[in-house]
Design a protein. Structure first.
Lengths: 196, 455
């Protein structure tokens, strides 16, 4: 159980050798296999796991202001964080993109996701899990991962079941619990070229 | 479950490796199906192969085939773009379309329990794509943006410039699969629709299936969803001319690059039974493994680079040999000198020890290429695309094991050409140019990336 919090939100910004602007948003969440961890994984799929995902559909297809968008629950032994990353199309504003992302977050608090959205996420997660078992390295990695975090290498079914047990209310709860706290917002933009 | 570490596990005997069996059959419209049953997981993988790639793109529309691949799944059958994506997702199916210089691939991976509905969707994409104008515009913009982003990437600049200078402006293999900004701008939705009509057809295609399904069920499903599909292709088989070259170096100016990207190589023969296996061994020895001659020289001995590797690349109608690495700027000429030296030396004498090492590595690693559904499907696809002999997989290990030193040394001389080396160096051109000598490396040209693909 991780209880790290940020006392204030932080806003680092840098220029670099890139052609497009990008924004990274990150919130502290939970350790691997904590009771909220699976719900946060599903949340990232809801946000950006498919063309119809909340953020992808809005920013990439409807408004067309974003080149790509990704989200992920990173979880480890002592804590975790949830991240949303968006690359802006040329001339599009990171401020506008940020506002829309936060709007979509609020929407998830106001109204639960649909049963269909949840079912789709679960189907994708289950299928990807089985696909990954094709590789003996992945099986070895998983045995090691389960042993490290859970003390029991044979935890394949446990792992899959914790996703099956997530419902729509749980998703709303983790959004409320983690994505309304202080966060880190990193911006990387193209270097300003000096006029000759 | 605790493991008893006091007793060392007994080693097994040598594990016998069996190549997965492949069956083939045709469905009623003549489409050829290649099938391998694989039962260890409840998965089915399909690669639908189309005989069309970027090499058929008209000169002023480079990137056409790639855009077709990007648009074909933006709405098909009774579903628009977003609905179709949703339908695949609901089935937990992984679906993608891609193309390279020679082939388009529509691929699907799905759990056996969802095979039938997923196959139906795949066939909708192949037979009833929508190609709506606004979906096209979105994809076209995506490509233009990606091309713009790529300009900042020295790796990308090196790769595409190298192939361009290697093949020459008029060659169908010279331009990137994605195209270039100037040509992609020319592409309109009707060109995509025409390309689809003329190129996606049964006679031009084949299907590879690897999965936990029995042949009869598979055949029945395929007949039902694809059996009546009929489309007559316009097959265009212009031969590709390949010219011999002389040594030349192209420096592409990128002042903010932290290292110099190096690509060096020359044109080579098409894939052929006569020298393919020898070239595999030669490549491994020269630059295809950590302990290769190139890596031991440039990385271990001189510390010029984190890693250098070489490969023989095979297109359907051409081939080339290339070495690729990134080195620190101040050692650009030194690194290039060592690379050219190793290319000369490999023609002098490959040793018995080197050959045995390569044979051991290639044969012992071979079974690991048949682990996953994806790999087996990819191998079968390579076999189909290159019309390899029926027993290609079964005889690979024997062919490598029976290579002789004389043969390998002979082929090294017949396939590596130091006098024809084309090099592309991406980095700060002033610094790089000051290090190089034309006497050693041949004619040197300096240019900006935007000037590479001339009209």
């Amino acid at each position: 159980m991780s209880d790290i919090i940020l006392s204030v939100s932080k806003f680092p910004a840098f220029e670099d050798k890139v052609n497009l602007e990008r924004i990274y948003l990150a919130w502290h969440t939970q350790n691997a296999f904590n009771e909220d961890d699976a719900a946060l994984d599903i949340l990232s799929d809801i946000f950006s796991g498919s063309k119809n995902a909340r953020l992808t559909r809005k920013l990439v297809y409807e408004l067309q202001i974003v080149q790509d968008i990704n989200s992920m629950q990173f979880s480890g032994k002592y804590g975790g964080h949830f991240m949303i990353v968006a690359t802006a199309k040329p001339g599009k504003s990171l401020d506008e993109i940020k506002n829309i992302i936060f709007d979509e977050v609020s929407l998830l608090i106001d109204k639960n996701i649909s049963k269909l959205e949840l079912q789709r996420s679960k189907n994708v997660i289950k299928s990807n899990f089985i696909y990954s078992l094709q590789n003996i390295d992945t099986v070895a990695d998983l045995l090691n991962l389960y042993n490290f975090y859970l003390g029991e290498p044979n935890s394949f079914n446990f792992d899959l079941n914790r996703y099956n047990n997530v419902d729509e209310v749980k998703i709303q709860r983790v959004v409320e619990k983690y994505l309304q706290k202080n966060y880190v917002e990193l911006r990387i933009v193209p270097e300003k070229r000096n006029a000759i | 479950m605790q493991f008893d570490r006091s007793k060392r596990p007994t080693s097994s005997e040598e594990i016998k490796f069996n190549i997965p069996g492949i069956q083939n059959f045709k469905i009623q419209n003549g489409l050829e199906i290649y099938f391998s049953e694989k039962k260890d997981l409840p998965i089915v993988r399909i690669n639908f192969l189309g005989d069309n790639g970027s090499r058929f793109d008209p000169y002023d529309k480079k990137g056409l085939c790639n855009l077709l691949a990007m648009c074909i799944d933006e709405g098909a059958g009774k579903f628009n773009a977003l609905q179709l994506a949703d339908e695949f997702e609901l089935l937990g199916a992984q679906f993608s379309v891609s193309c390279d210089a020679d082939v388009s691939v529509v691929s699907l991976q799905v759990l056996s329990e969802n095979f039938n509905p997923a196959l139906k969707l795949l066939c909708d994409v192949i037979t009833q794509p929508h190609f709506k104008n606004d979906d096209f515009e979105l994809q076209k913009n995506n490509v233009l943006l990606r091309l713009n982003q790529s300009k900042a990437d020295p790796d990308y600049i090196a790769d595409v410039s190298f192939e361009y200078f290697l093949f020459g402006n008029s060659s169908p293999y010279a331009f990137p699969v994605m195209g270039i900004e100037r040509t992609v701008q020319n592409i309109q939705p009707d060109f995509i629709r025409d390309l689809y009509k003329n190129n996606f057809a049964t006679l031009n295609s084949a299907m590879v299936v690897v999965g936990n399904i029995d042949k009869d069920s598979l055949q029945k499903e395929l007949e039902s969803v694809l059996g009546k599909w009929d489309n007559t292709p316009r097959i265009d088989n212009t031969p590709v001319n390949v010219n011999r070259a002389q040594r030349k170096v192209f420096i592409i100016n990128k002042p903010d690059a932290v290292q110099t990207e190096i690509r060096t190589g020359h044109l080579s023969s098409k894939r052929s039974e006569k020298d393919f296996f020898q070239k595999q061994a030669i490549n491994l020895i020269l630059g295809g493994q950590f302990s290769s001659r190139l890596n031991l020289n440039l990385r271990e001995k001189h510390g010029y680079t984190y890693g250098v590797h070489s490969h023989f690349s095979y297109f359907k109608e051409a081939g080339y040999f290339a070495i690729s690495t990134s080195v620190d700027l101040s050692n650009t000429a030194n690194a290039l000198h060592e690379i050219y030296l190793e290319i000369e030396k490999i023609r002098e004498c490959i040793t018995n020890e080197e050959l045995s090492f390569a044979q051991s590595s290639l044969t012992k690693k071979y079974p690991s290429n048949f682990e996953t559904y994806t790999q087996i499907a990819a191998n079968m696809s390579t076999k189909v695309i290159n019309s390899l002999p029926d027993d290609y997989f079964e005889t690979y290990i024997k062919k490598i094991s029976s290579l002789t030193l004389n043969d390998v040394n002979r082929i090294a001389n017949d396939s590596i050409f130091p006098d024809e080396l084309i090099s592309v160096l991406v980095g700060d051109s002033k610094t790089i140019f000051s290090q190089l000598s034309e006497k050693e490396f041949g004619e040197i040209a300096i240019l900006e990336f935007e000037d590479v693909f001339q009209k």
